[in-house]
Design a protein around this ligand. Structure first.
Ligand code: NAP
Length: 338
């Protein structure tokens, strides 16, 4: 029999900071937890529960999911549903839970992309799996070049009107489509809460393409996924590929992404982090969070220890102009390493 969970009493006073999400009433923790990996049916439930509890105990009240997180698809939501049932239920109103639909989920023409049919049925399935009556935030997970944007956007509006989500968001839409989305949703009194995009030291596309500025101009928050480049921006791969790492598991992070140049950059960044008196994960997260257009970073983790380390980013020293330039130089190839 597992011991009943009681959250830490000081969970909002032990270091977490909260940022306003665009022009909305919502504050999000600077660090959120994503359940893409390590919360599937293939992972021990006790490990997933320990991570969720540790996160909540430290002020991480935002949990990010999607219909197809696992493996297998749907099982991360089921795991979260178990955690709801066993421990989080009394704290539902303290939690900000998001899910998404947009990638392949079930066979046939209605289990993928951006149709009203798919989004509506997918969210109903997600709610059942998570033991929830509503989610706080529902995202369209990706841009669908075939479905009229208005169909997808109206489905988001109707989902809010049905009370199945309190807010809606957009993930990975190109800039022009995102503008259409922001305008449509605002005109239908369901303003877009947040844009979710990849942002880390190695991948600055949202900065360069103007997605970050655009979100700010439209009163929309921005949340960064893969802020640690799936683990590359940590000490995980400094001495090879550990057997229990994401690369070794052979999922979305490919061995080929750890090129010699990349490893060189990681080592140079790691040396820099050490000089700043922190670990590389901490430095990488605080690099994303230095930008006030960013509302939160969604980290993934395979252990409580990683979450603990990542939370230290909240106490990170500020970057000097020289340090920021040095990071840019390292990324552009000038690693400063022999
Ligand atoms: N909207 C989208 O399309 C989209 C796409 C991707 C992700 N997301 C969301 O963003 C979340 C985070 O994505 P992500 O998992 O790629 O994020 P990430 O934070 O960049 O990478 C997480 C991985 O890095 C490693 N790690 C984390 N902290 C560490 C530390 N302190 N020291 C050493 N290694 C550490 C772990 O890998 P090991 O497993 O090797 O230990 C962990 O699984 C997802 O869960 C999901 O919610 C959304």
């Amino acid at each position: 029999m597992t011991k009943a969970y009681t959250p830490a009493e000081d969970r909002y006073d032990n270091g977490m900071k909260y940022r306003r999400c665009g022009k909305s009433g919502i504050l999000l923790p600077e660090i959120s937890l994503g359940l893409w990996h390590n919360f599937g049916a293939v992972n021990p439930l006790s490990d997933s529960m320990d991570m969720a509890h540790y996160a909540f105990d430290h002020g991480i009240c935002h949990f990010d999911l999607a219909n197809n997180y696992g493996p297998p698809y749907g099982s991360a939501e089921e795991t979260f549903g178990q955690i709801m049932r066993r421990s989080f239920r009394p704290y539902r109103d303290e939690l900000f839970i998001s899910t998404k639909a947009g990638y392949d989920m079930w066979p046939g023409p209605y289990g993928n992309w951006g149709s009203r049919k798919y989004l509506m049925s997918s969210l109903d399935q997600s709610l059942k799996r998570m033991n929830l009556e509503y989610v706080d935030l529902f995202y369209i997970h990706r841009y669908d070049p075939e479905t009229p944007l208005e169909e997808t956007l109206q489905a988001l509006v109707d989902i809010v009107r049905q009370g199945k989500a309190l807010y809606v968001g957009i993930s990975r839409w190109p800039k022009e489509a995102a503008k259409t989305g922001y305008d449509y949703l605002a005109a239908h009194d369901v303003p877009c809460l947040i844009y979710q995009g990849r942002y880390n030291i190695f991948d600055r596309d949202v900065e360069e393409s103007g997605i970050l500025d655009q979100a700010k101009e439209n009163g929309v928050g921005f949340i960064a996924f893969s802020p640690l480049a799936q683990g590359l921006l940590t000490d995980r791969y400094l001495d090879g590929i550990p057997a229990d790492s994401r690369i070794a598991h052979g999922g979305h992070l490919k061995k080929e992404s750890l090129t010699e140049t990349r490893l060189h950059q990681i080592k140079a960044l790691n040396e820099m982090a050490e000089r700043r008196g922190q670990n590389l994960a901490e430095m990488s997260l605080s690099w994303v969070l230095k930008d006030e257009r960013v509302t939160s970073v969604i980290v993934g983790a395979s252990s409580v220890n990683q979450i603990e380390k990542n939370l230290r980013a909240l106490q990170s020293p500020q970057f000097s102009r020289e340090e920021l330039q040095q990071i840019n130089d390292i990324c552009s190839g000038d690693c400063g390493l022999e």
